[in-house]
Ligand binder design. Structure first.
Ligand code: G1P
Length: 292
């Protein structure tokens, strides 16, 4: 079943305004969580599920992403010479993965970014991963979504329960739970106000879609924030086909938000064998200072 989805799209054209000034001339997707850029977590998650071809949708000031996934002869030669095999293996990890890039020429929203991928996708199902949602065990989520797609042959969207006061940060689904954690979606709303939200099930940046989405995206009018929204296009699909939500209940971070980014950094630093001891000691000291 895993072999059914071979391509992934990573939209990375956003302006990253929440991280200004850091993102003035550098991509938000390259901000590191501990020592790895955010976008690499998403790429590794997808390659672990058998995805081989990536299309990264870029925009202005995003060249560093292309350089990051390219080979680096001088650096490699230097690491080889100085016997730093671990680092060499680390930077060569994604050597056999194919990356293609396309520019979204205007900031018209996530839906428009996905529409730019039309020539790359052709007639295959594909995954979409939003790299500012960081999921430590995301490969198991994506694997389950691909499996479910293989069974149902319908678009599958990862959803998770969020607090009522957080619904306006996400796309929210309304659905009927057909079996444990699998929702047949009846409606979707992009960033509703808490009082108007149909549920607490938020779309969390992982999708398995089919090329039908492109027709739906072309029919979409600008939605929330004046942008072409992927959520609205998926809603458009509902008239003709079933779409399912797959409930994710493990740990994830919204690293597109400063607090989420910091939380991910702290947690992952505590789990990093090189850092955990020293960082833990620092945190304990800090917490006791805060208590004083
Ligand atoms: C996008 C989607 C939204 C989703 C969110 C997190 O919003 O439009 O439906 O819930 O990602 O995956 P953004 O955070 O780009 O505004």
């Amino acid at each position: 079943m895993e072999g059914t989805v071979k391509k992934a799209i990573l939209p990375a054209a956003g302006l990253g305004t929440r991280f200004l000034p850091a993102t003035k001339a550098s991509p938000k997707e390259m901000l590191p969580i501990v020592d790895k850029p955010m976008i690499q977590y998403a790429v590794e998650e997808a390659t672990a599920c058998g995805i081989e071809d990536f299309l990264i949708i870029t925009g202005k000031h995003k060249r560093a992403i292309e350089d990051h996934f390219d080979s680096a002869f001088e650096l490699e030669a230097n690491l080889k010479r100085s016997g730093k095999k671990n680092l060499l293996d680390e930077i060569n990890k994604l050597r056999d993965v194919n990356f293609a890039y396309i520019r979204q020429k205007a900031a018209l929203g996530l839906g428009h970014a996905v529409l730019c991928a039309r020539p790359f996708v052709k007639d295959e199902p594909f995954a979409v991963l939003l790299s500012d949602i960081v999921i430590p065990r995301g490969d198991s989520l994506m694997r389950n979504m691909i499996r479910l797609y293989g069974k149902l042959k319908c678009p599958i969207i990862a959803v998770t329960k969020v607090k009522r006061e957080e619904v306006s940060r996400y796309g929210i689904i309304d659905g009927i739970e057909e079996s444990a954690g699998i929702y047949r979606i009846k409606d979707l709303v992009e960033k509703p106000r808490p009082g108007e939200s149909p549920s607490d099930l938020a779309i969390m940046g992982r999708y398995v879609l089919t090329p039908d989405i492109f027709g739906a995206l072309r029919r979409c009018r600008p939605g929330r924030g004046g942008e072409i929204q992927l959520t609205d296009a998926i809603k458009g699909l509902l008239k003709k086909q079933a779409v399912y939500g797959y409930l994710f209940e493990d740990r994830w971070y919204d690293a597109g938000d400063k607090l989420g980014f910091l939380t991910a950094t702290v947690d992952m630093a505590l789990e990093n064998p090189e850092l955990s001891k020293g960082f833990r000691r620092h945190l304990i000291r800090k917490i006791s200072e805060l208590k004083e």
